[in-house]
Each structure stands twice: as C-alpha cells, then as structure tokens.
Design a protein around this ligand. Sequence first.
Ligand code: KG4
Ligand code: ZN
Length: 343
Amino acid sequence: MTLLALETSCDETSAAVVRDGAVLANVVASQIKLHAEYGGVVPELAAREHLRNLIPVVTAALAEAGVSVAQLGAVAATQGPGLPGALMIGFKAAQAMAFVLGKPFLGVHHHEAHLYSPWISPDAASGRADFGNFQPNVSLIVSGGHTMLVLVEAELKHRVLGETVDDAAGECFDKTGKLIGLPYPAGPVIDRLAEQGNPKAYDFPRPLLHDANDDFSFSGLKTSVRYFVRDNPGILDDNQKIRDLCASVQAAIVEVLVAKTIRAAKRNGVHCVTASGGVICNRALRAQLAAACAKARLTLRLAENKFSTDNAAMIGILAERKLLAGKPPTSLEAEIALNWALA
Ligand code: KG4
Ligand code: ZN
C-alpha cells in the first residue's frame, strides 16, 4: 500500500510517501527563519505558513516518490498534540484528500510516531524501517516542546514512564541561548560552541538527577543560567567563556537525560534504548548516550537527524503499522486533539 502522510503540528510543514515500510519521499519545509526574529514559534504565523507551504510540499513529495494521487491507498496526518491552527491545516487537508479518494484516513499521535522514527534509520539507502529487529525498549523523546521517557513493551503497546514537569530540554537550550544573545533556535549553536568549551568550567544543577522517578525538570536550570549571567556580566565579552558556559549548560542537560534514560531501561528490564526529537541531533548527547548504553550493554537506536526533528515520514510509518495491525481508520469527522496524552 502507498500512503501519503502530513505533519504540521508545529513549525515544519512536511509530507512523506511511505510504501511497505520504506520512505519513498520525506519533504520538510522548515519555518525556522520565519520565527527566528521573534525568538520562538509564533502560532498564528506558523498556521499561515503551513497554508502557504502545504500544497508545494505535497506536490514535491509525490514527485520525488514518483507516485500519483490516484495511486494512494491511504492518507495520514498528525492529529495532536500540537499548535491548534497549525495542526488543523494538515489534519483537515488529509481528511479532505481521503474523502475525495475514497481511501482510509489515519490520525496519528505525534509522540507515538516519534517512538518509531529510530526504526526508520538503519538502511539509509532505501529508508526502509527495520521492524524485523524490533525489541522492547525505553524511548527518550526530547524536543523543543517535549521531554519524556516511554516504555515500548511491544509494537503499538507503550506506557509513559515520566516527562518534564515544566520546560522541555530543547526549550532550556533555546532559552539559555536567548540569555546569552544567540539566535533562535539556540540548540544547534550551543552544540557547536560547546565543542570548544570546557564542560566542567561552571557547575550548573542537574535537576531531578537523583530522584527515583522518570520525570525531568529544566526550568530551574534555565533560571540558574539567568542568575549566573546576571552575576557575571563580563562573561558575555569573552568568547572562550561563552563557549565554556555553553559546554557547562549542555553537560548538565545531557547528564540528566542520559542517566535517567539508562536507569529507566535497567529498571524495566529492556535491552534496547531508542531516542528521537530535535535535541537528539545534539552531538554530545548522541555520543554520551552511545557510551552509556555500551557500558550498560544496551542496544541503542538513535533516529537519524532528518527523522529526529519533526517529519511526516514517522507519521506515515506508524500509520502503515497501524493499518497492518488491523487498527481501524480514523473518522473523517474526527477533530484535532490538542493535548492528546500518550497513554
Ligand atoms: O523536534 P523539533 O524539531 O521540534 C519540536 O520542538 O517539536 O526540536 C526542536 C528543538 C529546538 O529546541 C532546538 O534547539 C533543538 O531541538 N535542537 C538541538 C539541536 N538541534 C536541534 N538542541 C541541542 N543540540 C542540537 N544539535
Ligand atoms: Zn516532535
């Protein structure tokens, strides 16, 4: 079956064509530049930009895949969670397409799709997902909007172990960047600056590191950066000190994410850790997760960067798995689900 998937939950307009577990096309129009001057995503602008980008992105994905609309066997879209105006554009467009084509429609949970993006990566040449090697796993989803640990007991069977009680880790990167004058989104910039900085230069808190739960908290860390910059204003005039500050904040975020992920995997008796979400592009996080998993004898599957950030391929891959598992399609009258909890 050939499936078209749309993702418009935040600031990426994406369309993908998926067939038999292979990603034939995954086109993403990023709105980063549009929102950069405001220092964060402006919901109204995001929705308008999705309206502008959606048809060109769908057209490009179909052309890249060499597939015509008439060949589609199903249409899927992100149903939630996400920004209301943004979600509505892709969700309603996909429902309309399914209606006109007389094909099944699938509304997909954005975070559930992230759980499956690490399985897309292994065969980069064909983009074929590797569900043949699927193992129960603890999955870390870490982006600008979310930070959570999920136990995936079997395909399509999962339980949230813990999540952030305040800011997401990506938000902590971005707000730290704002405090020291870096452009939005600051995560990738901090990643680069930290490379030449000393992660032990300054001591920042590791929130909830030793708590016996799987929750995260990053707003206190952001506040301690604010006080640190206020009390050491000269730091911003010294490029090396800025690099040291970036490395030190990054080290605090990465240590908490890695330690809590490994602990959750061990406690739940799984032998595999997976991870996705924009922050998984962070090179220190990727390296330290790899080292910690090797030490704990855990298999690690990291989503490729292009499947870590928001993309429609993961929506299509999960929609196809659901259809194959005999799950019923979503009603064409269904609405978006803004705060849809991942059970
Ligand atoms: O998944 P994503 O594209 O969008 C959502 O937030 O849903 O993630 C974007 C987040 C931003 O906070 C961005 O700063 C962060 O991912 N990010 C990074 C890196 N690349 C993206 N954070 C740290 N290091 C990176 N290399
Ligand atoms: Zn996401």
